[in-house]
Design a protein around this ligand. Structure first.
Ligand code: IDP
Ligand code: MG
Length: 151
């Protein structure tokens, strides 16, 4: 069976604050495998598609402006139960409700500046990965490390 994948994105505030490395580090140290990584400016078209479920929310225009304020770092991580565990590594949507030790719990305060995105289901992950990485992601083996992480 193919390994589960998720789309993790460092939002413009995270990129500008120099937290890209820290966010990558959390996923790397946990034992997950990086299979795609890019720095790119977002566009209204991509964001409307990415956040299509939220288009009727009152905060939607503000969210789009926030996401357009600078480049983002998008990545795809792979591993066991990565979608759910990835969200736990990020913390709650509202940083003030996020436990210390999570990314949002450690590095931010307001919901409209919450540093990072993580797919909320396997289906959303597949949709977001094909949206942000239309040319696909890498399949590669960690020959030695894999057996030190998984039983
Ligand atoms: P998630 O990022 O934890 O999955 P969603 O509900 O999918 O949360 O919302 C997407 C993004 O929209 C959030 O990460 C946050 O940046 C922003 N957002 C969500 N709720 C609010 C709000 O009540 N006010 C302002 N921004 C919000
Ligand atoms: Mg979401």
């Amino acid at each position: 069976m193919a390994e589960e994948r998720t789309y993790i994105m460092v939002k413009p505030d995270g990129v500008e604050r120099g937290l890209v490395g820290e966010i990558i580090k959390r996923f790397e140290s946990k034992g997950y495998k990086l299979v795609a990584l890019q720095l790119l400016p977002t566009s209204r078209e991509l964001l409307n598609e990415h956040y299509c479920d939220l288009k009727d929310k009152p905060f939607f225009p503000k969210l789009i402006n926030y996401m357009l304020s600078g480049p983002v770092v998008g990545m795809v991580w792979e591993g066991k139960d990565i979608v759910k565990t990835g969200r736990r590594l990020l913390g709650e949507t509202d940083p003030l409700k996020s436990a210390p030790g999570t990314i949002r719990g450690d590095y931010c305060i307001d919901v409209g500046k919450n540093l990072c995105h993580g797919s909320d289901s396997v289906e959303s992950a597949q949709r977001e990965i094909s949206l942000w990485f239309p040319n696909g992601v890498l399949s590669w083996e960690r020959h030695n490390v894999h057996k030190l992480i998984y039983e």
